[in-house]
Design a protein around this ligand. Structure first.
Ligand code: NZQ
Ligand code: ZN
Length: 392
């Protein structure tokens, strides 16, 4: 097990009707806030009205900024920074999924900063100061409600980049499973795949003596798959949503990666797809993950055997390790298909034309330098092209 130093400040307030507490929760921090949200979903569900009523009852003044799109854009972040400065706001409330929360994190980063907020995403330099931030989660998927990351799209340069700092973890996040009942089937599937990927990116490691986190990863993956099956038949099952939402937070709050080297190649390869083709993050991961597994499994076959047997329920056998590894990967792919997720690039409408461009962008390839991706197996741009080909 590797050394680690872990802190996660985010308070999670979980359960029915908890969104109605938002005014009283914010009041000790701020009298005026930026209320940041996405499209129409929170208005259609009635959540918008509840939030406004609670803030107003607590005497919190609201400046609104709606319209965040999936794969959140830098231009919207600039608008949020401008509004906060104009109205002297130092608290941002995000009500939505990962895109809204990530956009809010970027605004919180940008307001006290003299330069361009995109600098943080390009240089990874750490902020001295950020605005206070909280979230009401409407889509369990990204874990952004307590993660240290924000992922932003720079539409002008077709770049999608992440930035991480403990300072952008929300102060608190509200999670009420009933708020997920209105999610369409494809978003449920995308979310399930994303949270599973957050675990798999940590699980596949060459670090040894990681029994605690191996076990946590394996049981959380099984909980997600079991409850995703329940939700397919009963999309308003409170208990299944509760398990999925809790698992989604655990999947990406940092806990499951402690003491182990992590991979993150699938996320990097997926972000290249989203940057150019604007695909949903979870759908892109469903395509990339089985192909990545098929390409790298020889690097540490024991890890893949463990995955096949402990997570995917393949019967153990000492005689045919290759077949067990293959069956584990095939079963994961079949599970994605059962949720209605795409598993090939062609299903996403993506052909070979940008494979090399995306692979070179992923490794920041230049004539004399390249930065391979992946902690489990290092991948240069040629490897990445091969994985995109496997995913065709
Ligand atoms: O905009 P509205 O109308 O709200 O509709 C949204 C959006 O169209 C809809 N939705 C959300 N909650 C709903 C709902 N529809 C009905 N009922 C509800 N309760 O869902 C659509 C997708 O929302 P979005 O926020 O884009 O999805 P998600 O939560 O999957 O976020 C994806 C983004 O997060 C990034 C991804 O790259 C992507 O940009 N990620 C962020 C991470 C982080 N900050 O830690 C880690 C992840 O790996 C990921 O990269
Ligand atoms: Zn993700």
């Amino acid at each position: 097990m590797n050394n680690f130093d872990y802190e996660n400040r985010t308070r999670i307030i979980f359960g029915k009707d908890k969104q109605k507490m938002i005014g009283q929760l914010i009041k000790p921090y701020a009298d005026k806030i930026l209320f940041h949200y996405g499209g129409e979903s929170i208005k259609q569900s009635g959540l918008y009205e509840e939030v406004v009523a609670s803030l107003s009852a607590a005497g919190v003044e609201v400046i609104e900024l709606g319209g965040v799109k999936p794969n959140p854009r830098l231009s919207m972040v600039y608008e949020g920074i401008r509004l906060c400065r104009e109205h002297r706001i130092h608290f941002v409330l995000a009500v939505g999924g990962g895109s809204v929360i990530d956009s809010a994190k970027a605004i919180a980063l940008g307001v006290p900063y003299d330069g361009d907020v995109w600098d943080y995403y390009l240089t990874k330099k750490q902020p001295d100061q950020v605005l206070d931030l909280a979230a009401i989660l409407t889509l369990p998927a990204t874990g952004s409600e307590s993660s240290d990351s924000s992922v932003l799209s720079n539409e002008e340069h077709q770049l999608k980049m992440g930035f991480s700092s403990d300072k952008i973890r929300p102060l608190f996040s509200i999670m009420n499973p009933e708020l997920f009942y209105t999610l369409p089937e494809n978003q449920v599937a995308n979310g399930v795949c994303d949270m599973m990927s957050h675990i798999l990116e940590r699980y596949f490691t060459n670090t040894t003596h990681t029994d605690v986190t191996d076990g946590l990863c394996e049981s959380t993956l099984k909980v997600i798959m079991k409850n995703a099956e329940i939700l397919r038949k009963d999309s308003r099952n409170y208990d299944a949503w509760a398990e999925i939402a809790f698992a989604g937070t655990i999947a990406h709050n940092g806990l499951l990666g402690l003491g182990r080297a992590q991979d993150w190649a699938c996320h990097k390869m997926e972000h290249e797809l989203s940057a150019i083709y604007d695909v949903a993050h979870g759908a892109g991961l469903a395509v990339m993950t089985p192909s990545w597994m098929r390409y790298v499994n020889q690097t540490n076959r024991n890890m893949f055997l463990q995955f096949a047997v402990n997570v995917m329920g393949v019967e153990a056998s000492f005689r045919e390790p290759e077949a067990i590894v293959k069956e584990g990967i095939d079963k994961l792919e079949r599970f994605f298909v059962s949720l209605g997720l795409p598993v090939t690039l062609s299903e996403l409408g993506i052909d070979e034309s940008n494979f090399e461009r995306m692979a070179k962008k992923a490794t920041w390839f230049t004539e004399d330098k390249e930065t391979p991706i992946g902690g489990f197996q290092k991948l240069n741009w040629r490897d990445i092209v091969e994985i995109y080909r496997l995913a065709k």
